[in-house]
Write a protein that binds this ligand. Sequence first.
Ligand code: PLP
Length: 442
Amino acid sequence: MTASADPGSTAFATRQIQAGYLPGTPQNSAVPPIYQTAAFQFASLADAADLFALRKAGNLYSRNASPTQQVLEDRVTALEGGVSAVAVASGQAAVAVTLLALAGRGGHIVAADQLYGGTVDLLQETFDDFGIPVTFVNQDDADAWRAAIRPDTRVLFAESVANPIAQVLDIRLVADIAHEAGVPLVIDNTVGTPYLVRPGEHGADFVVHSATKFLSGHGTSLGGVVVDQGTFDFGAEPQRWPQFTAPYARFGELVLWERFGIGFAFGALVKSKYVHDLGPSLSPFNAWQILQGIETLDLRVARQSATALTIAEHLAQHPKVAAVHHPGLTGNPWNALAQRYLPRGVPSVFSFDLAGDIDGDEDPAAHARAARVIDNLTVVRLIANIGDARSMVAHPASMTHSHLSPAQRAAAGISLNTIRFSAGLEDPADLVADLNQALALL
Ligand code: PLP
């Protein structure tokens, strides 16, 4: 975890290929090598002791960091315009370690109602077990964010573009509310991608990713990243943030804030405590796979966005479709925010609702309708993933968001008629034809 090796003056497309890596080993490999090793040999016992006590930075053991992971961290840092990053085993782990580090001992979290279902599971069950209270609010309601903040609140959390309904967050508004309360805003930018929106430019202090999705783009590997934008000053109110500002017995009473400072202390805590203790480390091979994907991020995302918009426009006039939740469509409630925050295009993950009445929370007829369409798709695949080269659908109510109560699903905008679509890189005409033939069976 160091500042990016990127000179900082290059454009996005250059950074996604070059940031974080300069050949320089005796082998001079053009592509970052996979350092597939569990551990690293120390130069001496004194060297080992310095590394263990955080007196010195360097490679120690791959649970904490590895050189391949470092390239990935620096590259995503450069793409998000941040200062440092920590890469971990999955997006879920990135969200977990980020919020654990900020919440500290029992700090309160305010989170959006409109979140990926796995994040809701984490926040409302596991964090509850840990004694970390979470209040969920409608992300479009500024007063609800303000009203939910308590003296023990330590972080506000939302997705830039929510999965699966694609509500676009007013990032600046929520960032200002967080900062008025003296707490950071964490944004999950998995669906947004740094190509389409960089939350740090709109006030977010930490940006998390499931690198499994668009950053990889190939669907082969799990990974997660959190980027510190270097904007949140834990030293401004040191008593609120003892995890950064108080002497840390584990490291000989070292004060992380003094040793690492703004933009780096957060990552030091995440790696040396949460990843070290809980162990959600990224394998060097997965780090390398994600790096291969990032090299084509802008090309993929631009094409996927265009394809998704074509399909959304087609579905919007289809008689078997009741609603299309795509913020690129005029009339979508988040269209104005999409124009403001997503000038390069709207993400390619959106949802649509099949036509047909729903009778009760578990209406078998509504389930059967969704199954009839989904099970008859042939080009589009039924897969619980987003953002890879394949076009995929999911039924959030019985898959990703099945653990939510009917009321929580309704708050997130999901019904039994809702189908999530993630546009891949296939020919859009094949995707439209496939959807048409499946919808014709209704
Ligand atoms: N955040 C969002 C928005 C997601 O869609 C997902 C997974 O679908 C995650 C986080 C979790 O990421 P992972 O599956 O890599 O653990």
